[in-house]
Design a protein around this ligand. Structure first.
Ligand SMILES: Nc1ncnc2c1ncn2[C@@H]1O[C@H](COP(=O)(O)OP(=O)(O)OP(=O)(O)O)[C@@H](O)[C@H]1O
Length: 230
C-alpha cells in the first residue's frame, strides 16, 4: 500500500501548494490524478515518489513510513519507485546514449552485470530498436526519448510507478504504446500506479479510478499532521 497522509507541501512554507492531502493506493491499483493546471498534481506526485519532502504529513510505503527524501531516502524505498515525467529532455543526461540512460539505475545500484541483458529486454518492451539505443537524446524524437525514460523507470522492477503527464507531449499512437507498456508491466508484476494528467478520457480508460486533487484535500481546521522527516 502507498499511503499519503495529510500531506502539506510546496516551495514556501508560508504558502504551501498542498494542504492536508490524503490518498491511498492499493498494491496493483491504478489511480489517475486530475486537477486544473498549477493546483499541485506534480508536487503531490513528487512527494509520493519520495522526491520532494513535504512540510508535514506522512508517506507510508508498503507499511514503512518514509524518513528521508531524494538521495536521503533509504535505497530500498527509493528503488521501490519508477518515475516518468512529462519532458524527457529535462530528465535525461544529454551525454548518455539511450542504452546508457536505460541502464543508469542498474549501474547506480551496483548491478552493472545485469545492464546488458536487462537493457535489451526493456528496449524491446518499449519498442526501441538497437540503432536507436546507440544514439544520444538530441538524435531521437521526444516519443523515442520518452520510451527510453519509461524503460529506465522499469529497470529496477519498481513496485510503484508514478507517471507525471508521461504522454502529454506525445501523439496518439505513442501514447497508446506507452500506456500499453505500463499496463503489461503492471499485469506481470502487480505494481501500483499513480498517473497524473489533464486528459480525463485517457485517465478514465487507463486507471481503476480517477480522483481530483480537490477531493483529496482535508477541510481547513482538521487535526494537524506530524512534521515530515529529513
Ligand atoms: N520548483 C518550484 N519552485 C517554486 N514553485 C513551484 C515549483 N514547482 C512548482 N511550483 C508552483 O507550485 C504550484 C503547483 O505546481 P505543480 O507543478 O505541482 O502543479 P500541477 O497541478 O502539476 O500543474 P500542471 O498541470 O500545469 O503541470 C504552481 O503554482 C507552481 O508555479
Amino acid at each position: 500500500m502507498l499511503e499519503l497522509r495529510r500531506i502539506t507541501a510546496g516551495y514556501d512554507r508560508r504558502a504551501p501548494v498542498l494542504h492536508g492531502v490524503s490518498l491511498d493506493i492499493a498494491p496493483g491499483e491504478a489511480v489517475g490524478l486530475l486537477g486544473p493546471s498549477g493546483c499541485g498534481k506534480s508536487t503531490l506526485a513528487r512527494v509520493a515518489a519520495l522526491l520532494h519532502r513535504p512540510d508535514s504529513g506522512e508517506v507510508v510505503v508498503d507499511g514503512t513510513p518514509a524518513r528521508g527524501w531524494r538521495h536521503r531516502a533509504p535505497r530500498e524505498q527509493r528503488t521501490a519507485f519508477g518515475v516518468v515525467f512529462q519532458q524527457p529532455r529535462l530528465s535525461t543526461d544529454p551525454r548518455l546514449t539511450l542504452a546508457a540512460a536505460v541502464a543508469e539505475p542498474l549501474r547506480a545500484t551496483g548491478r552493472r552485470a545485469e545492464a546488458g541483458p536487462r537493457t535489451a529486454e526493456l528496449a524491446e518492451a518499449v519498442g526501441l530498436t538497437p540503432d536507436l539505443l546507440t544514439r544520444r537524446p538530441h538524435e531521437v524524437s521526444d516519443g523515442q526519448l520518452q520510451r527510453a525514460c519509461l524503460a529506465r523507470a522499469l529497470a529496477l522492477r519498481p513496485r510503484w510507478l508514478v507517471c507525471d503527464e508521461m504522454t502529454a507531449m506525445l501523439d496518439a499512437s505513442t501514447t497508446a504504446a506507452l500506456v500499453g507498456v505500463v499496463e503489461d508491466y503492471r499485469r506481470q508484476t502487480g505494481a501500483g500506479l499513480l498517473a497524473v494528467g489533464h486528459d480525463r478520457d485517457l485517465l478514465e480508460r487507463w486507471c481503476d479510478r480517477t480522483v481530483t486533487l480537490e477531493s483529496l484535500t482535508a477541510p481547513p481546521g482538521g487535526p494537524r499532521a506530524p512534521a515530515a522527516g529529513r
